[in-house]
Design a protein around this ligand. Sequence first.
Ligand code: ZN
Length: 388
Amino acid sequence: MLLAKVFLDGPLARQDLATSTGLSQAAVSNVVGDLIEDGLVTEAGTVESDGGRPRTMLQVAPRFALVVGVDVGETRVRVELFDLAMTPLATVDYPINPGQPDPETVVAHIFAGLSYVTGAAAVSTADILGVGIGVSGVVEQGRQAVVHAQTLGWEGVELERMLRAGTDLPLHLDNGAKTLGQAEMWFGAGRGARHAVFALIGSGVGAAVVTGGVTYRGASSSAGEWGHTTLCYDGRPCRCGARGCLEAYVGAGAIIDRYRDARRGRAVPGADEESQITTLLAQAGSSAAARRVLDETASYLGAGVANLINLFNPERVVLGGWAGVALGAHLLPAIRRAAAAHALRQPFAQASIELCRLGVDAVALGAATLPIARLLTAGGIREPSKIH
Ligand SMILES: [Zn+2]
């Protein structure tokens, strides 16, 4: 508990730890002494206190261990190395074929990325606490994590087994929206909340539901597939095979398709979805069709957010993902109005609707927190590398 407190809220003084945990000063001093001796916690200078002695501040030792976060998105694999202060030490991106990326290629990129980031930062793999991997799709946790990503054509891909064949480092796999939610809970817009929903909007649409401080997973970890809730019965076809899903209206590809339909087949210019969405937003001032498509997008998103509010009674709904950030910067007031019109008044009044704080690349950062979460729950004891 003390280690987690220092990691999440540090730098903190011993007195702060005693006050916030209810432990005695003596107990705090004992445990902190052990943590310092083990190299997990360090003293980080002193601050003046009102009238009293200067207080020594404690923080987690940034170089106690390093962590790797991997974002397996729909258009790229990003591999990023962090220290325990979450300072990025090295990053590399590998573009992948959008649509149906091949699992073997993704695994090869992850291995290449691991050796790139350790080389670029001149560190040894022995310094790495673990590797967290955020994947778009359902990540079924079991003895070895299996990925079901219908929209990528991944049916029961044994990603952990494939990765295990090439590395002995501890591996932690989870859904990308859930790792983004974890990052925002620890360092961003979710700080201080106990009940929050993180809505990730990119090519795909997903959500992480945090209730009582814990990510809600369901029976096989698929909970939060918000993008495939039905917005419009028998509506537009979705990549999952069903019709009328939220993703078929507010996913980046769907927004671009709706704009093309509104202009009788003329596509919005741009080399990829990101530049097409940027162009569409820029055309809102001059094109009635762009304005209409964006107004409708805000309404659809607001209705989707209202569903989240009615189902989960969150304190906060946080919009993230690259398209969520781009759209939210222009459409947040309209999204709030639409959510107000569709949600029940009492839960809506309790909930704020906000933009994420960590920017668009928080999936890799969130993935890197997975091995740290394990270290914190294990009281600072490192997970051994697998021997096979
Ligand atoms: Zn769907």
